[in-house]
Design a protein around this ligand. Structure first.
Ligand SMILES: [Cu+2]
Length: 121
């Protein structure tokens, strides 16, 4: 019975990020952290690769919206949501419709897209 609550929180976080990124990211509400309780901090090399499809890029906000599969290190089910990225190259290289595999983790209450690659087909 815990799973639906987690889902609702995650959707709420994604909505917050998309609708009001500056405010939400500068001063994340405590619910952001509560929504992801079982986060495992890992070195990049150990983070799992998650499959996803790029839905939208917001260069201005530095956010990539991805329809992603389950993210095992965040205990997050599949959904569509925004990820912060600090890498300008990532924002310029990706476009809506791209299939990617990516690594993500929480940093200071925000979900950050760390690395991505194009799956070999
Ligand atoms: Cu998600």
């Amino acid at each position: 019975m815990k799973q639906p609550i987690t889902n609702l929180l995650s959707v709420g976080i994604a909505t917050l990020l998309l609708l009001n990124s500056h405010q939400a990211l500068a001063n994340p509400p405590t619910s952001v952290k509560l929504g992801h309780q079982s986060i495992v901090q890992l070195a990049d090399a150990d983070l799992p690769w998650t499959k996803g499809k790029v839905v939208k890029i917001s260069q201005k906000r530095g956010i990539v919206t991805i329809a992603h599969e389950e993210i095992s290190n965040l205990q997050m089910p599949s959904m569509t949501m925004g990820f912060m990225t600090k890498e300008k190259a990532t924002l310029e290289d990706l476009k809506a419709g791209d299939m990617i595999e990516f690594q993500t983790e929480e940093q200071d209450g925000k979900l950050v897209l760390l690395h991505y690659r194009r799956p070999k087909s």
